[in-house]
Design a protein around this ligand. Structure first.
Ligand SMILES: Nc1ncnc2c1ncn2[C@@H]1O[C@H](COP(=O)(O)OP(=O)(O)OP(=O)(O)O)[C@@H](O)[C@H]1O
Ligand SMILES: [Mg+2]
Length: 477
């Protein structure tokens, strides 16, 4: 052996010693590890940690479930020291670590909405130590930290007996449904859990649109209400007679005719029903919405403007167009689930093929068409209600404005009132007639088409006319 070889062997030997030493250091218990070891009464490095992923909009429910479990035995909740360093570590990495000596510290909380006007301080990072079925368990609770590579919130569970871990996970899932803050709420899934650790669900105030506020052709509203509300009201009898409760309703028709308004009326009619709203690209959360609806029934899943995903070839969800996933989610629910899927569109022709290829998903399709002469008169009367117009002027305006929509009627009256307000006087029949001429004139062609007036055959543009002045909108609070 020459000296080069000798030196190589010596270097290699030192390297191996380092590897062995550092592996010993890696298994060194931190103060957190000692605490857990003491609690479990077992070698913490030998106990596996099982991870339960929690979607952002369910973190509050998981927090409530953990708080409930902790009340059932003597328990502790401890935080973890060493600030940002701990965020990237999983539970085993907190218990044995060669770099950071993680120790018990203050618990981190994050404030998350539990309703349109309420919040809860939820554990963002903390270790629950308690007994489950007489056995000591340790559960690490974490919020999502996308910046540290943790896309989802999670629970990491350690118990010496794997059967206890499995039973605990089952119990947590049940409690999350049982105690859920989402039940009976109107929610919109936003997916912001992928942003800054927010809840991923926005709570909306339940709309209060009365039947009298929705002016449709005779019998149309009743038909929809009967299918959505009526089936739910007869739940027990229908189930007893072997009938299914699940329903799929499609509202289609030109923009501004009252489809969204009808949806809001249905939500107003179903207090206590969990409603999940998905609009346009938000429809990619269909799987989460269907899962939520199944767990929280009676429930309504509203898919607004489904054409936005049907027409877009980019909007794929796995190997399938998103619209097929929507229809499959509807199909995937048990027939006896008290769940309504409510779809709206103003481009029904884009959906036809998909609906034909997946038959049986939509059991009621209702056209919300441009109002006929009689409906238009009722619409104009509704929006001029309480204003000093003569009934003759309102009828004349309605008759002149053939082919316009409800949103047109509403904007027309606002313009008349605005003109009078600017002149510091009460609104008159003339203001109404002038405003109508303005809106019908060629100069206003684009506005007219946006409002769904005659010649407005280029639909698909929504400038948020659904935002009502009654303060009830589909905007997050
Ligand atoms: N049938 C109607 N009865 C009473 N008001 C109506 C009616 N149609 C429209 N409006 C008024 O116009 C607004 C916009 O209507 P809505 O949002 O329901 O239209 P839409 O059919 O959903 O249109 P889009 O297809 O563009 O989404 C409503 O909030 C309401 O103020
Ligand atoms: Mg709409």
């Amino acid at each position: 052996m020459d000296s080069d070889q000798n030196s190589f062997i010596e270097t290699f030997r030192t390297f191996l010693e380092d590897v062995i030493q550092s592996s010993h250091r890696d298994s060194r218990l931190t103060p957190m590890g000692e605490l857990v070891e003491q609690h479990l009464g077992a070698d913490a490095t030998a106990v596996p940690a099982v991870t339960e992923t929690i979607l952002g909009h369910r973190l509050v429910d998981a927090d409530l479930a953990m708080a409930e479990l902790r009340t059932r035995s003597e328990s502790r909740l401890v935080g973890i020291s060493h600030g940002q360093m701990r965020m990237g570590e999983d539970l085993p990495g907190l218990l044995t670590n060669s770099h950071v000596s993680f120790a018990p510290g203050p618990v981190d909380y994050v404030s998350i909405a539990t309703g349109p006007d309420t919040e809860r301080q939820v554990v963002a990072s903390g270790l629950h130590l308690f007994e489950f079925r007489g056995q000591p368990v340790a559960v690490l609770q974490r919020e999502a930290r996308p910046q540290f590579g943790q896309e989802h919130a999670r629970l990491e569970i350690m118990a010496t007996d794997p059967a206890i871990t499995a039973a605990l996970i089952r119990e947590v899932r049940q409690l999350m449904v049982h105690l859920s803050v989402l039940r009976g709420q109107v929610l919109s899934l936003t997916g912001s859990e992928f942003g800054n650790g927010a809840a991923g669900a926005a709570f909306l105030a339940r709309p209060t649109v009365a039947a009298g506020d929705v002016v449709l052709a005779d019998g149309v509203l009743d038909q929809v209400v009967r299918h959505v509300v009526g089936i739910g009201a007869q739940r027990e009898r229908l189930v007893a007679a072997g009938q299914h409760l699940k329903r799929g309703v499609l509202l289609y028709g030109p923009p501004g005719t009252g489809k969204t308004l009808t949806v809001r009326h249905l939500l107003a009619r179903t207090p206590g029903t969990t409603a999940v709203l998905l609009t346009g690209p938000g429809i990619r959360f269909i799987t989460e919405a269907a899962e939520l609806a199944r767990a929280m029934q009676p429930a309504i899943v509203v898919l607004e403007d489904v054409d936005l995903v049907a027409g877009d070839r980019e909007m794929h969800f796995g190997p399938q167009p998103l619209l097929f996933s929507v229809l499959d989610a509807l199909d995937g629910l048990d027939g006896d689930a008290d769940v309504t899927f409510l779809l709206t569109t103003n481009r029904v022709e884009l959906l036809e093929r998909a609906l034909a290829e997946r038959p049986g998903r939509v059991d009621l399709a209702v056209e919300i068409d441009l109002p006929d002469a009689d409906t238009r008169r009722r619409l104009f009367a509704l929006y001029s209600n309480g204003l000093p117009f003569s009934s003759g002027a309102v009828v004349a305006a309605a008759d002149r404005a053939t082919g316009v929509t409800g949103s047109f009627a509403k904007e027309l009256v606002r313009r008349a009132v605005l003109t009078a307000a600017e002149a510091s006087r009460d609104v008159t029949d003339d203001d109404l007639a002038d405003a109508l001429e303005q809106l019908l004139s060629a100069r206003e062609a684009l506005t007219r088409s946006l409002l769904g007036g005659p010649g407005g055959d280029e639909p698909g543009i929504d400038f948020g006319q659904g935002d009502d002045d009654d303060g009830i909108t589909f905007e997050p609070r």
